[in-house]
Design a protein around this ligand. Structure first.
Ligand code: GAP
Length: 548
């Protein structure tokens, strides 16, 4: 992962935000190549899911034909949206503070394990009691190793005594530990046990103030998901675009969450981009559509070059599901910053029933004693958060029925997908140079559709009309809308390596033969095969290779 992060900075994929001022935790900037790459990720998603979808023909695996349309809604919405969606009351993480280090942690991100060391003790905060057995903690990804050094540190022992530590039970996360045991927990980096506060709820929505007066009444939230912009526009879309069930409304855009501990490069950021589909269908057909979207989205990552070996389609257990839900599955990727066998979420595919449309119609819903959803009431019997009161039902003019459609939601993260494509593309191999000597090669094997630069054009030497001919080819590729680079610096092998490192699939060289027979070479990044083709067919050739 360190090599990948270094490459991202060196070649201009991803930079730390506000780096010259020391950065801003949880925020990232994309450089020239990262911008092209992420735009390609979004464009592939939008084309494959929305604009390129043929609504006249049912895909082979789909239960029926369907329509797809897009919306682009504002980052800030009426605060009532978040009250009815449940985000205002429920969208929080549990956090703890360490009184000693003044650090804040997400409870479920602290790993911990009981440990003792013969005859050695650890001081307990406030009381000064000496504890012979404590719970050591770590927030590191390689937590087993980190916990060993933490345990040696708190017991004041040298590294060579690591095998004398007596571990008790398996490592777990602090959210599984009863608060009554916190007095024995040594927080990450703390010198004594018992410095953690009791867990508290922390709402993840980012607050802002609208208008010049700036009172609390003017408080609003940056959206924590793009989905609600779709639900509140459901009626507008139905009334304005003649869509008929089943259909999807899609949106790509920024979301914001006040993550307590942003981490793992762009994986958990405070500002990120989502690519969401809310797919509306008849309730009795929702199980088939859920399966379709779960499988379609899993296949999408593979079609763009992610190996199935590093992908996981994880169905949530029945006890993890909301009671109205037929199913939820996560699409996960074995990111290199995780332990072997661990996966990180790329996308969630959820069956949401009629929960969202109903809440925006009637008010915030909650489960009653029988496990059914009903409007949550205050003690005075009035709705806790009133809905819009607007009729959000759908009239099926064939069945002559009015009902609330059910929703399947494939919700993907554009930054996580981009990071997974970067991790997947990273390869190191060896290739012979001009003299036949094996040289290390770093090559980003991006799928050609995703590659930030599609082709590079090289004049073999800077004379004999080669730069002029190469510039002509470069201009023709640019005019076709292809992102290209022109490079005439250094030996040809060095130029290939510069392009391999950023994942350019095709390199085109203008040489002596070009000037006599009008052909150029086109070299494939992965097979390294070089073909000679007429220079005036180069745009056609690159386009056909990109689309094959
Ligand atoms: N509307 C449903 C929803 O927002 P989610 O699982 O909270 O569901 C969907 O988010 C996707 O958004 C995730 O699978 C992930 O790819 C991305 N995402 C969520 N939080 C993120 C964060 N803090 N940083 C980067 N991506 C994030």
């Amino acid at each position: 992962m360190e090599k990948i992060v270094a490459l991202c900075k060196r070649r201009g994929f991803i930079f730390q935000n506000s780096e010259i001022y020391g950065g801003q935790n949880g925020f990232w900037d994309y450089g020239p190549l990262g911008t092209e790459l992420k735009r390609n990720v979004r464009d592939c998603w939008y084309r494959d899911m929305v604009s390129g979808h043929n609504e006249l023909v049912a895909p082979k695996t789909a239960p029926a034909k369907y329509q797809m349309v897009g919306v682009e809604t504002a980052l800030i919405m009426n605060p009532q949206v978040w009250k009815c969606s449940g985000h205002y009351d429920l969208f929080h993480d549990m956090m703890v503070d360490c009184r000693e280090s003044k650090s804040r942690f997400r409870l479920d991100q602290i790993r911990c394990r009981w440990v003792s060391f013969k005859d050695a003790t650890v001081k307990q905060d406030d009381t000064g009691t000496e504890l012979s057995k404590v719970m050591v903690t770590s927030t590191a990804e390689d937590f087993h190793e980190d916990m060993t050094s933490e345990a040696l540190r708190v017991f004041g022992q040298k590294k060579k005594y690591a095998d004398k530590l007596q571990w008790d039970g398996a490592a777990t996360t602090l959210d599984k530990v009863d608060v009554s045991e916190f007095a024995t927990v040594v927080a990450p980096g703390a010198s004594k046990a018992g410095t953690l506060t009791a867990p508290r709820e922390f709402n993840l929505m980012m607050k802002t103030i609208i208008g010049a007066l700036g009172t609390d009444d003017d408080a609003a939230y940056l959206r924590p998901e793009t989905a609600q912009g779709i639900f509140v526009n459901f009626k507008n879309v139905v009334d304005s675009s003649r869509v008929k069930l089943p259909f999807g409304i899609c949106q790509v855009g920024k979301s914001f969450r006040n993550e307590i501990t942003p981490r793992n490069f762009t994986f958990r950021s405070r500002e990120f981009e989502q690519m969401e589909i809310e797919f509306f269908c008849r309730p009795d057909e929702s199980a088939g559509w859920y399966k379709y979207w779960r499988d379609t989205r899993f296949q999408w990552y593979q079609d763009l070059g992610v190996s199935k070996d590093r992908l996981l389609l994880r169905d949530h257990h029945a006890d993890e599901l909301a009671h109205y839900s037929v199913g939820t599955a996560d699409i996960e990727y074995a990111f290199p910053f995780l332990d072997a066998g661990e996966y990180g979420e790329l996308e969630g595919v959820a069956h949401r029933g009629d929960f969202d449309l109903r809440s925006h119609m009637e008010g915030k819903l909650t489960k009653n004693a029988a496990g059914e959803l009903e409007v949550e009431l205050n003690e005075d019997g009035k709705p806790k958060h009133r809905g819009s009161g607007k009729d959000l039902t759908y009239f099926d003019d064939q069945a002559k029925e009015r009902f609330l459609p059910h929703v399947i939601e494939p919700s993907a993260g554009a930054d996580r997908a981009t990071l997974a494509f970067i991790c997947e593309a990273y390869h190191e191999d060896q290739q012979p140079d001009e003299n036949g000597v094996l040289q290390e090669r770093l090559v980003m094997k991006f799928h050609p559709r995703l590659a930030p630069v599609k082709a590079a054009v090289f004049p073999l030497i800077k004379k004999e009309g080669m730069p002029e001919k190469a510039a002509e080819i470069f201009g023709a590729l640019k005019a076709a809308g292809l992102s290209c680079q022109f490079d005439q610096q250094g030996a040809i092998g060095r130029r290939y390596r510069r392009q391999d490192e950023i994942g350019t699939p095709y390199c085109i060289t203008v040489d002596g033969d070009t000037l006599t027979d009008g052909t150029v070479t086109i070299r494939d990044r992965d097979s390294l095969q070089q073909d000679r083709i007429p220079a005036d067919r180069i745009v056609e050739e690159v386009l056909s290779r990109l689309n094959s």
